[in-house]
Design a protein around this ligand. Structure first.
Ligand SMILES: [Fe+2]
Ligand SMILES: [Fe+2]
Ligand SMILES: [Fe+2]
Length: 425
């Protein structure tokens, strides 16, 4: 595989926030707007550049724990019930990725009201200033009516924020907000379609190599956020990551590429972030509209990963997993020649994992039944026969790596779902 340039942390973060905001037109750009407002407030308050960057990151990820469309829509109301739940879920997820440890408590406490100073402490922990800043930034963002011209809304939004100074919001943050609010550019930036380039400029720095441990950690975090949306597939990406890595190793990929295969496995269903859990978790048969919405997911995986040039190979390996050698797959209807070997491995790993993993409503298949399904698919040239043969020869080893990876993801899922009601939506 050709040499890949390094990846900017900023690009990864915006990938994730875009994916979260694809869930519904009403929340498009919400995370980026909060990132912009929070970091601007930090600058206005005279905080260090490092703190401003943390505010930007925390704003870009603050609602990462709100999985259902309902939970996301709730957060658009100025005040709503159970606000602390998605914040706690977000905190538990972000804790899994060390490079973001600086923002975990900001995300955890981004809905704690100031309450005349009582909001300085929550859950016996000190609530950081940054959490109060994100809280106000978030509420400003939800007060903006996207359908109307923005400058005409300044007076009403500023009034609403000031009415809640001391109760919901920390007075010092409100003061700084008032100063910012008097400048038109602040509002025009907030609603600007090019908000991402504004943010990227603010967030220079941090980057890592495609096959680094940090990249592995980040894609693992991604996979948890994707999978934990649904109890049916709570560990699916972890299984696909492990089995695609093993398969590629048996096929003879160099070690570096096998690791990249694992990353692609973690990310293959990324586009599911754009599918509401109400559809992913529907207990009854899907109607044709819902089935179509599910089929959006691998297309979104492609379009989201496409924004990161260093991911061009990972993207093909990940996003073509529902393409078939015979051209009958989706969404591009590519044929064998246009499908790189990595994508063909991914397609096998995906089906293999789907049939062998345990689901709440059925146990995983035995080797015989699983191979029967894979053989039939290989016969119709949906998937690659040679890859299926490699799987057959090394079935036990690949299957135990898959089961092991899924068991460990399941422990994290259980911990989260026991602590959060909304988690299963
Ligand atoms: Fe929130
Ligand atoms: Fe929010
Ligand atoms: Fe998929």
């Amino acid at each position: 595989m050709e040499q890949q340039p390094s990846i900017k942390l900023a690009d990864l973060i915006f990938c994730l926030s875009d994916a979260m905001d694809f869930i519904d037109p009403s929340v498009v750009n919400h995370h980026k707007q909060v990132a912009y407002i929070a970091s601007s407030l930090g600058a206005e308050m005279g905080l260090s550049e490092a703190k401003q960057k943390e505010l930007l990151l925390a704003g870009a990820l603050h609602d990462i724990g709100a999985f259902s469309l309902k939970a996301r829509k709730d957060t658009l109301k100025f005040q709503f019930e159970n606000a602390l739940e998605h914040a706690e879920a977000g905190y538990s997820l972000l804790r899994l990725f060390e490079p973001l440890s600086g923002i975990v408590s900001t995300v955890r406490f981004h809905h704690v009201p100031w309450d005349k100073g009582k909001g300085g402490i929550s859950k016996r922990q000190k609530v950081p200033l940054s959490a109060h800043i994100v809280n106000l930034a978030d509420r400003v963002a939800v007060l903006i009516n996207k359908k109307k011209e923005v400058l005409g809304q300044i007076t009403a939004i500023t009034r609403k924020i000031n009415e809640n100074s001391g109760s919901l919001f920390m007075p010092e943050v409100v003061d700084c907000f008032n100063a910012l609010a008097s400048r038109e550019y602040f509002w025009l930036d907030t609603v600007s379609p090019s908000i991402q380039s504004i943010l990227t400029q603010k967030l220079k720095g941090a980057s890592f190599e495609t096959d680094s441990d940090d990249m592995m950690g980040f894609s693992r975090l991604f996979s948890r956020i994707i999978d934990f949306k649904s109890p049916y597939t709570a560990t699916h990406s972890s299984g696909v990551a492990a089995s695609s890595e093993m398969l590629s190793r048996f096929i003879g990929f160099p070690e570096k590429d096998s690791r990249i295969m694992r990353i692609a496995g973690y990310l293959h269903d990324l586009g599911k972030l754009a599918v509401p859990v109400e559809i992913l978790n529907k207990p009854a048969k899907l109607n044709s509209r819902e089935y179509n919405v599910i089929r959006h997911h691998s297309f979104y995986t492609y379009r989201i990963l496409e924004t990161i040039p260093a991911f061009s190979t990972i993207n093909k390996w990940a996003a073509f997993h529902h393409e078939q050698l015979n051209g009958l797959g989706y969404p591009f209807h590519l044929k064998e020649k246009a499908l790189p070997q990595g994508s063909q491995i991914m397609a096998v790993a995906d089906v293999f994992t789907a049939v062998t993993e345990n689901r709440p409503y059925r146990p995983g298949m035995t080797m015989g039944n699983a191979m029967h399904i894979l053989d039939k698919m290989a016969d119709s040239r949906a998937i690659n026969k040679d890859v299926v043969e490699v799987l057959r020869k090394n079935f036990d080893e690949i299957d135990s790596a898959r089961a092991h990876a899924q068991a460990s993801a399941m422990r994290e899922y259980k911990y989260l779902s026991q602590n959060m009601r909304d988690f299963r939506a």
